[in-house]
Write a protein that binds this ligand. Sequence first.
Ligand code: UDP
Length: 315
Amino acid sequence: MTIARGRVLVTGGVGFIGSHLCERLLNDGFHVLCVDNYYSSTKDNIAHLLDNPRFEAIRHDVTFPLYVEVDEIYHLACPASPIHYQRDPVQTTKTAVHGSINMLGLAKRTGAKILLTSTSEVYGDPLVHPQSEDYWGNVNPIGPRACYDEGKRAAETLFFDYHRQHGLQIKVVRLFNTYGPRMHPHDGRVVSNFVVSALKELPLTVYGQGQQTRSFCYIDDLIEGLLKMMGSQPEVTGPINLGNPGEFTISDLADLVIEQTGTSAGIEYLPLPQDDPVRRQPDITRAMSTLGWQPSVPLAEGLARTIEYFRQTIS
Ligand code: UDP
């Protein structure tokens, strides 16, 4: 059987990042097979793609095998927001581990190139700052974030073992916090929480004293990085960090959201969740030198676009 050229599978394709990736791949002329179990995503994200003849959406849970014919696989599927991945932690680990085994098996059978979206969570609560790819991390293996952190670490292990043992062409990227239009308004992430609260004139919920830091990458920059990684030379396996190195405290972010929305509801301080990483900032030297990639959208600009999106979509 001949397979169509440029047929790409995106697992988790209905999610925030997945839907932007599907859209970009379609714009670039690929045939896109989007797989999702809709656990933490909504069909609205792909509604505008459904009429495209090169787009196909399948409801499927990656913890079960999938038999399709594809040339490239972007394996994103896994709930990524703490409130989602902690709701059913056993299923989260299964998704990360069994899901990766199934997709690697598919890549092995079809000869497809396969990219894993791993996470900055593999660094845990990092003791090295900023985090470069050769830092092995500081993860609590039995805490509430472990199902996701250790699940993704095991997924990385599987990718590299399939590469060494079976010669698969793998690409592993570690995504740092990403934001933008189509974030789920209730997924508990800090950017969506702050923006949605501000637009509803509710107080912004800052956990702890707000001195913990994160680095926020705008979605368009991230998608560019994913495509560059997939298109990189065969010997480029990663892991490669993809994120915006600009580091902000959560209080800085709250101030920016207050300034840009003009809300007068103020800030409410709530307890810091267990194992919440204190600092996080990607070292993107490897992405710059290997992929020629670096983000270009500053936080203030990406935030303005995100606020505009939520203004139009939330009631
Ligand atoms: N956070 C916060 N208020 C919120 C949601 C999150 O202060 O309403 C904090 C959270 O404690 C963490 C940071 O913002 O320190 C980023 O949280 P998020 O869930 O967005 O991502 P992650 O912790 O996975 O980086």
